[in-house]
Design a protein around this ligand. Structure first.
Ligand code: ADP
Length: 257
């Protein structure tokens, strides 16, 4: 589904303030996988995600989504950003926000409304369609952003620190929401986080990036009993072991065997 080969990105390349953000990064993600990418703050995670989304042109290497070289934003892709307050349009109702990207698809207004209502229902917000974003809590607004991504029926969903701006309880609810929706909608998810526990709790696989310039320093499969649960999964010995392993990799310490 996603192939990244020798990706390199330098901001301001050739200039006096050049910053080498990504260095020879290689990564492939299988269809249907939920991959978490974790790494120290400022290591280049968002740069990686923006490159996959075609929002910036990397200075080297290549990225393919569904066997197509990424030159602009791929059609089958949706992105959920951290800052929901800037990603929803405040003057549009919740339902209109969710339906907006569907205008790019060949759907009439009635079908767009139905798809938006269905997506809102799948994130537990069936009654919020007529409200405006400011009438909802932060966690609910982020649910709307997730519903907007789901309504689009992407085959690849990118999430950049999607739960970074909500309180701890809401964060857990949203993690569980992502696990639930990926069970219902067949899609590949790449979720970026700096939260080690979250990466292990949510991911089928966790890729750890080095400090800047980012490259892959660890790639771990997460095999935990399903369904995952905020209490029992987090106390499972395999969870405890994996979070320690990821923690060492993030800190650049040798991994225990
Ligand atoms: P992360 O998401 O891991 O916190 P980013 O990808 O946002 O990291 O940023 C990686 C590095 O690149 C940081 O040091 C950041 O300051 C720098 N950077 C990000 N965007 C730009 C930009 N547009 N111009 C110059 N430097 C940038």
């Amino acid at each position: 589904m996603l192939e990244i080969e020798n990706l390199t990105h330098t901001y301001g390349a050739g200039g006096p303030n050049a910053h080498h953000a990504i260095d020879q990064l290689n990564l492939s993600v299988a269809e249907g996988e939920l991959l978490c990418i974790v790494g120290p703050s400022g290591c280049g995670k968002s740069t990686l995600l923006r490159s996959i989304a075609g929002l910036i042109t990397p200075t080297g290497g290549r990225i393919k989504v569904d066997d197509q070289l990424v030159r602009q934003t791929p059609d089958n892709l949706a992105v959920v950003f951290q800052d929901y307050s800037r990603s929803l349009f405040p003057w549009m109702s919740v339902a209109d926000n969710v339906a907006l990207p569907l205008r790019r698809k060949n759907m009439d207004a009635k079908r767009r409304r139905e798809a938006a209502a269905e997506a809102l229902e799948s994130v537990g917000l069936s009654d919020a369609g007529r409200k405006y974003p400011f009438q909802l809590s932060g966690g609910m607004q982020q649910r709307v952003a997730i519903a907007r991504a789901l309504a689009y029926r992407p085959t690849l969903m990118l999430m950049d620190e999607p739960f970074g701006s909500v309180d701890a309880q809401t964060r857990e609810d949203l993690e569980d929401l992502v696990l639930k929706v990926r069970g219902h909608h067949r899609m590949t998810i790449v979720l970026i986080t700096h939260d080690i526990d979250e990466s292990v709790y949510v991911g089928d696989r966790v890729v750890v990036l080095s400090k800047a310039p980012a490259h892959v320093v660890g790639d771990l499969q997460v095999k935990l009993p399903a369904p995952r649960d905020q209490i029992t999964t987090r106390e499972h010995p395999d969870f405890v072991h994996l979070r320690a392993e990821v923690g060492r990799l993030v800190r650049g310490q040798p991994v225990a065997h």
